[in-house]
Design a binder for this molecule. Structure first.
Ligand SMILES: Cc1ncc(COP(=O)(O)O)c(C=O)c1O
Length: 356
């Protein structure tokens, strides 16, 4: 069912044009930011209004973007200048200083580094070969071994980690604060559930390669009103009462406007990528990552378990535990690093949506 647009267009700005059909050329070419060219004029007009309005930060667009993201994600959202800001807020809130935090090794170094910056100790957990994400079996072992204060579950590649619910259940039972790293997971769903809805918090990145990109940007989502309030203070030097020792992790108005317009396109971008994947890629790649019934991937990456000619490479070719010189044994993580590849798939429909 189509959702009405959340972003009330300023009077002078036309609403976004309707969906284009599915001409597929361009989807396998070189990297392309998933920006729909039909939104160009709209973004420029909003930016012009911001330029003239004299409020380039802490204005209305951050709130509009947060509403739009929240409507998609089903949780209150707090905009940040990057994933890192949102992650630091969640880790501080969880109280990880001096405590152990479980984290997968098959992820970007941002994940363990954020834990270290927040004063936590990282213990790495192995992944599954099927989904590239944290394994419940190893997670359960590491919980018993390390008694962690918190854990970070990373949804690698654009789908939701297959063991999310089991991991979340164990965290609830053991009082472990669970943060979902949703940096790849824009547009994903599992039945009615969206990334960030399994644990205590989810954190997105809108870095330049992501499915929804603002160049730089991030968002924290959580159903916990105390964390949402903490996040708002944390990104803004603890304002208004300075009881939270935050720094500047604010998103500016130009970025927020771009993010708000992009968010309206999220469902369309993901539907387009999925249609291309089903029609064009699935018949070619039998040894592809297979999703459980009811899950939709945002297809940040199209992952296969066979070497291919035109690959964008690996999601990660060096696991974090190797980069950090850890001797922990994570056989599936090492296997995944050796045995997966990504097929190029970029949102670039032909015609006005994709043309320059
Ligand atoms: C899994 C993962 N976590 C965290 C980040 C960090 O995001 P940001 O650069 O917005 O801080 C990224 C960015 O690439 C990522 O892929």
């Amino acid at each position: 069912m189509a959702r009405p647009p959340l972003i009330a267009s300023p009077a002078a700005v036309e609403p976004s044009a309707p969906a284009a059909p599915l001409p597929l050329e361009g989807a396998f070419d070189q990297f392309t930011i998933g920006f729909d060219r039909r939104d160009r004029e709209r973004v420029l007009e909003i930016w012009d209004g911001i330029l003239r309005g004299q409020q380039w930060s802490e204005g209305e667009w951050v709130g509009r973007f947060e509403e739009a993201w929240s409507a998609w994600n089903g949780l209150p959202a707090v905009a940040f200048g990057s994933w890192a800001g949102g992650a630091m807020a969640a880790l501080e809130f969880a109280g990880v200083r001096g405590e152990t935090v479980l984290c997968p090794s098959n992820t970007f170094m941002a994940t363990p580094f954020a834990v270290l910056q927040a004063g936590g100790r990282v213990e790495f957990v192995d992944c599954n070969r099927e989904d590239l994400c944290m394994s419940f079996a190893d997670f359960e072992r590491k919980v018993a071994e390390h008694r962690p204060r918190a854990a970070v579950l990373v949804h690698i590649g654009g789908h939701i980690a297959f063991d999310s619910e089991r991991i979340a259940e164990l965290c609830r039972a053991e009082g472990i604060f669970l943060i979902e790293d949703c940096a790849h997971a824009h547009g994903a769903s599992w039945g009615e559930r969206k990334p960030g809805q399994f644990g205590d918090a989810g954190v997105y990145s809108f870095y330049a390669t992501k499915t929804i990109s603002t160049g730089e940007g991030g968002a924290l989502v959580s159903g916990d009103p105390d964390l949402v309030e903490f996040g708002r203070a944390f990104r803004n030097y603890g304002k208004p009462d300075y009881s939270v020792e935050g720094l500047n992790f604010r998103m500016n108005e130009f970025t927020a406007a771009l993010a708000a317009v992009q968010t309206e396109r999220l469902d369309e971008i993901v539907a387009w990528k999925n249609a291309v994947a089903r029609e064009q890629l699935d018949p070619r790649y039998e040894r592809r990552l297979q999703l459980p019934d009811g899950m939709t991937s945002g297809l940040y990456k199209y992952v296969v378990f066979e070497p291919i000619e035109r690959s964008t490479g690996k999601v990660y070719d060096q696991p974090c535990h190797r980069l950090m010189g850890s001797s922990v044994d994570l056989p599936n993580t090492d296997w995944v690093a050796e045995n997966h590849w990504c097929v190029p798939l970029y949102y670039r429909p032909a015609g006005p949506a994709g043309g320059d």
